[in-house]
Write a new protein. Structure first.
Length: 250
């Protein structure tokens, strides 16, 4: 796995700004067997957003997260879910027993993993016939808002992401998913967001590429986001085109 430190100091923004995954996606996963009978290793669980949704489906969830800040936030976020255990582990070393889960999931995280090591770990912890779920919340790009938002991101974010990923990050992630999975299917679910100013700011600041508070770019970045929100909001809400993309396979 890439260094887990990209998200150190991001837990609060992540918890406040990152959206839930589409309800229809969770209903679909319940139909696929993520229900009261299932056990799931949610790998790269972050602050526990997807873990909690899986747990609400009834599954026993092991929320595996290597970053201490994020994991502690997950412990707090998931404290009322008796069917979740937070685990100090990574995609390559989950610390789970052999053949202990029927599903392995990764929400907004697979692109950070060492793919070969993750495949080996999936094989180790999954029961025979176990499934892998890879899921992302993604923007539906287009229009003046995303044009202007993109210009701010180009000027004021900090990242060593390869150029191809900057231009089309989700295309890269999806190709990686399709190369990794066996006998997979892909599904998309509408997940349009209606954000107030605070949530919009936290969503943007939760990105690994967004400047942290101790970065000289932080104040300018935050102010330009506020200006952008004022320009495009309607009645205090910003319509943010968004969808959930889900892969399920082996």
């Amino acid at each position: 796995m890439e260094s887990p430190n990209q998200f150190t100091g991001k837990a609060a923004a992540y918890t406040k700004g990152r959206p839930l995954y589409a309800r229809a996606a969770l209903d679909f996963l319940k139909e696929q067997g993520i229900d009261e009978t299932a056990s799931v290793a949610d790998v790269g669980a972050g602050t526990g957003i997807f873990s909690k949704q899986l747990a609400k489906n009834g599954a026993m969830v092991f929320a595996v997260e290597p970053n201490e800040d994020m994991r502690l936030a997950a412990v707090e976020y998931l404290k009322d879910m008796p069917n979740v255990r937070c685990i100090d582990g990574s995609a390559e070393n989950t610390a789970l027993p052999d053949h202990s889960v029927g599903f392995v999931s990764a929400a907004q995280a697979f692109h950070w993993f060492d793919k070969a090591a993750f495949r080996k770990e999936c094989n180790r912890i999954s029961v025979p016939g176990g499934k892998i779920v890879l899921i992302w919340n993604i923007e539906v790009f287009g229009g003046d808002f995303f044009r202007d938002f993109g210009e701010i991101l180009k000027r004021l974010t900090v990242s060593d992401i390869p150029e191809e990923e900057k231009e089309n990050p989700y295309g890269v992630f999806f190709r990686q998913a399709e190369d990794f999975l066996i006998d997979f299917k892909r599904y998309e679910f509408d997940n349009t967001l209606y954000l107030n100013e605070e949530t919009f700011l936290y969503k943007a600041l939760s990105s690994s590429a967004a400047p942290k508070k101790d970065n000289p770019l932080y104040e300018n970045f935050s102010q330009e986001l506020k200006n952008l929100f004022v320009q495009y909001q309607d009645g205090g809400k910003l319509t943010y085109p968004h969808k959930t993309v889900l892969y399920i396979g082996e």
